[in-house]
Design a protein. Structure first.
Length: 619
C-alpha cells in the first residue's frame, strides 16, 4: 500500500520542498520502497510507495501524463485495472508502465469524475490539473483507504495520515471538544470529524474538488437495500458463494508474496478455503492467540489450517500490551480505543515477516448480521412493538437506581426499548453511559455534553437508509459509520505500521451491493446470525467452523488493568497535567478503585481514558 499527501503552495511555507519531504517521511511505514515529491507554483504533491504491482521504477509516483498536465498520487489497488487498461488502449492511450496507477490517471483524463463508477477496488487518490488549476480527490466506496484534508480560507491540504498534515507548521492543533465526546461514546471519532478543528475525513464514496480557492464535496455511490432479491435460500446461497469466490480471485493478483489472516471464524476460514482452491501453492496463514482459553481461537484456526495444508504460523500475546501500546497510539494519530488493535497489530507483524499482501475476512459481520448486538437490538425492537411506551418508560425509571445485577440489565433493556429505534441503536453502540459521564468529565466538558448530541452520527444514517425493515437499517448504519470509522481504520493503521497491504474480499462493493439485496430474514433466521453466509460457506467449510461460537479479537482488558497495564496506566492517567482539562480526576479515581477491587469491570472505560491520556502525552 502507499501514502499520499499534498498542499497548496502558500500553505507549504517558505521552503515548500522541505515541508513536502517532512510530510512524506512521517509516512515511511506506508511505503518504504520509494518516496518522491513534485511542486509547481500552486500545488505540491508527495507519495510513499509500497510496491505490489509492477515493481519497476516505471510505477514511481507522483506520476504525470506525457504532456505534464495531469499528475496523480494514489494509494490502493484497482482490481479490474487490466480490463480498464484494454478499454483505454482501444481509445488510443499508450501506457509506459504495467501499473493500475497509470490506468487510473488516464481514466480520469478520459471520463473525469464519472470514471469513479468504473473502478473496482480500494483507493484514495488525488489528481492535479495544472492547466485548469483544479485538484480532484476521491475515496473508495467503503472507506478502506484513508483521506484526511485541511481546509481553512484559501488553504487546502490532504494526506493519508494526520501526522503528515501536522508536519505543516501553519496547520494548528486545536482540539475539537465535540470530537472528544464522540470518542468517549464510540471509541473512535466518526467521519467527517477528526480530533482537530479544521481537519476532516473525506467520507467513503465521496470526492472533493478544489479550484479557485473553493471546495466542493459530492457523493458518487451508496448501497441500496430497497430492491430485495427473489429466490430460495439455496439459490441465493449458491449465488452468494459465486460472488465471494469471484471477489476473492480478483484479489490474488500480486507481484509479491501473498497470504491471509486466519482467526478460525466463518469469514476468514471461508476466504482461506477459496484461496486454497484458486492457488497452486499452499496459502500462508497467520493467527493470534491468547493463553486464556475462554477467548482464544488460535487452536481452532491451526486445526483448520492443517486440513488445508497451509503454511500456518501463530503468535500468542502475553505481556506485550505495555511494551507496544505507545507505538500503536503513534500510528492512529488521534484517540482510537478499539482494543482489538493490539492483536491486529501482532497478526500484521507476523504476516509481514513472510508476505507483503494478506487477505482478511473483514466485512462479513456488517453485511450479514454477525454481531451479537443485532440479535439484542432486534429483541428490543420486538419488545418496543408489544408494550405501550409509557409502560416501558415507567419501568426504566423504577429500575434506574440499580448499578449491578439483573435489575441493572433490566434497566438497560427498558431504557433502550423506551426510545425510538435509532436512538436505541445509539445506546447499543455507545460505550459510556450518561451516569458515567457525570462522574468522569471536567466541569467544562460536562457543560458541553449537556448540549451536544453524539447520537446524530447514528441517526443520520438510520434515517437515510432505504431498507424495508429495522435490521436492514441498522446494517446500513454500521456499513456507513462503524465499519469505516472503526474496523477499517484499525486494519489500515496496524497493517501499514508493518508495511503490509490487506485486501478484504467481503468488502468488494459489488458483493456488498448483492448482500444488501438479500432479505433480512435470510441474514438473521430464528436467532441464527449470518444464516445465508454460513449456508453459502457450508459448501466449502466443515460443520464445526460453521457452528463455532463467535469470539472476534477479544482482549482481556479487565485482567490487563489489574496486572500488565496497571502501573503504566496509573502513571499516565493520574500523572498527566493535561487530563484535568478533560476529566474529573477524582471521578476516575473512583472507577479505578472499583476496578482494582474487582467490584465492577471498568476495563473498556479505563482503556478509553488510558488511550486518550497517552494520546495527550504525544499530541
Amino acid at each position: 500500500m502507499c501514502g499520499i499527501a499534498g498542499a497548496t503552495r502558500k500553505l507549504l511555507g517558505n521552503s515548500p520542498e522541505k515541508t513536502l519531504q517532512c510530510m512524506n517521511e512521517v509516512m515511511l511505514h506506508r511505503g518504504p520502497d520509494m518516496g518522491e515529491i513534485v511542486c509547481d507554483d500552486m500545488m505540491g504533491l508527495c507519495h510513499r510507495r509500497l510496491s505490489i504491482i509492477d515493481l519497476s521504477e516505471d510505477g514511481r509516483q507522483p506520476m504525470s501524463t506525457p504532456d505534464g498536465r495531469y499528475t496523480i498520487v494514489f494509494n490502493g489497488e484497482i482490481y479490474n485495472f487490466p480490463e480498464l487498461r484494454q478499454e483505454l488502449q482501444e481509445l488510443g492511450y499508450a501506457f509506459r508502465s504495467k501499473t493500475d496507477t497509470e490506468v487510473l490517471l488516464y481514466l480520469y483524463v478520459e471520463y473525469g469524475p464519472s470514471s469513479l463508477a468504473r473502478i473496482r477496488g480500494m483507493f484514495a487518490y488525488v489528481i492535479w490539473d495544472n492547466v485548469e488549476k483544479k485538484l480532484f480527490g476521491a475515496r473508495d466506496r467503503i472507506g478502506k483507504k484513508p483521506f484526511y484534508y485541511y481546509r481553512r480560507g484559501h488553504d487546502f491540504a490532504f494526506a493519508s495520515e494526520l501526522k503528515s498534515l501536522l508536519a505543516i507548521e501553519a496547520i494548528p492543533r486545536k482540539v475539537d471538544n465535540t470530537a472528544f465526546l464522540d470518542y468517549l461514546h464510540y471509541l473512535f471519532i466518526p467521519h467527517p470529524k477528526t480530533i482537530y478543528q479544521d481537519i476532516y475525513k473525506l467520507e467513503p464514496g465521496q470526492y472533493v474538488i478544489w479550484q479557485e480557492n473553493r471546495m466542493t464535496l459530492d457523493y458518487y455511490w451508496d448501497v441500496d437495500f430497497s430492491r430485495p432479491l427473489q429466490g430460495s435460500a439455496e439459490e441465493l446461497a449458491e449465488a452468494l458463494l459465486a460472488e465471494i469466490r469471484e471477489a476473492t480471485t480478483c484479489r490474488l493478483i500480486s507481484d509479491v508474496p501473498l497470504g491471509a489472516f486466519l482467526s478460525g471464524g466463518v469469514d476468514s476460514s471461508g476466504i482461506v478455503a477459496l484461496m486454497a482452491e484458486a492457488l497452486d501453492e499452499p496459502v500462508s496463514t497467520c493467527s493470534i492467540g491468547f493463553h486464556d482459553k475462554t477467548i482464544d481461537e488460535a487452536a481452532d484456526a491451526g486445526k483448520f489450517a492443517g486440513t488445508l495444508h497451509t503454511n500456518h504460523r501463530e503468535h500468542y500475546i502475553q505481556d506485550e500490551p505495555a511494551r507496544i501500546v505507545k507505538k500503536l497510539i503513534y500510528h492512529f494519530d488521534e484517540p482510537f480505543a478499539d482494543s482489538s488493535m493490539v492483536p491486529t497489530y501482532y497478526v500484521s507483524h507476523l504476516a509481514r515477516r513472510h508476505v507483503t499482501v494478506a487477505l482478511s475476512g473483514d466485512g462479513g459481520d456488517e453485511s450479514f448480521a454477525g454481531y451479537q448486538k443485532y440479535s439484542a437490538d432486534l429483541l428490543e425492537n420486538r419488545i418496543r412493538s408489544l408494550f405501550p411506551h409509557f409502560l416501558l418508560e415507567t419501568g426504566a425509571w423504577c429500575t434506574g437506581r440499580f448499578r449491578s445485577g439483573l435489575l441493572k440489565r433490566l434497566n438497560s433493556l427498558l431504557r433502550s426499548t423506551s426510545l425510538p429505534p435509532e436512538k436505541a441503536f445509539f445506546l447499543t453502540n455507545s460505550f459510556v453511559t450518561s451516569r458515567q459521564l457525570q462522574h468522569i468529565l471536567s466541569d467544562k466538558l460536562l457543560r458541553l455534553s449537556g448540549s451536544y448530541n453524539a447520537s446524530k452520527h447514528i441517526t443520520r444514517y438510520y434515517e437515510q437508509a432505504n431498507g424495508p425493515d429495522h435490521l436492514a437499517r441498522i446494517l446500513y448504519t454500521d456499513l456507513k459509520m462503524y465499519l469505516p470509522g472503526d474496523i477499517l481504520v484499525k486494519v489500515d493503521r496496524m497493517s501499514m505500521a508493518n508495511s503490509l497491504e490487506v485486501r478484504s474480499p467481503l468488502l468488494d462493493h459489488k458483493l456488498i451491493e448483492f448482500a444488501a439485496r438479500i432479505p433480512s430474514n435470510l441474514k438473521m433466521r430464528n436467532g441464527e446470525k449470518k444464516y445465508i453466509l454460513k449456508k453459502a460457506f457450508g459448501r466449502i467449510l466443515p460443520r464445526e467452523i460453521l457452528e463455532r461460537r463467535k469470539h472476534g479479537f477479544v482482549v482481556p482488558l479487565a485482567h490487563w488493568f489489574r496486572y500488565e497495564l496497571r502501573d503504566m496506566a496509573e502513571k499516565s492517567i493520574f500523572g498527566n497535567d493535561l487530563m484535568p482539562d478533560y476529566f474529573n480526576i477524582e471521578g476516575i479515581r473512583t472507577i479505578w478503585a472499583e476496578h482494582q477491587q474487582g467490584r465492577v469491570d471498568h476495563g473498556t472505560l479505563l482503556w478509553t481514558i488510558f488511550i486518550f491520556s497517552l494520546w495527550l502525552e504525544g499530541a
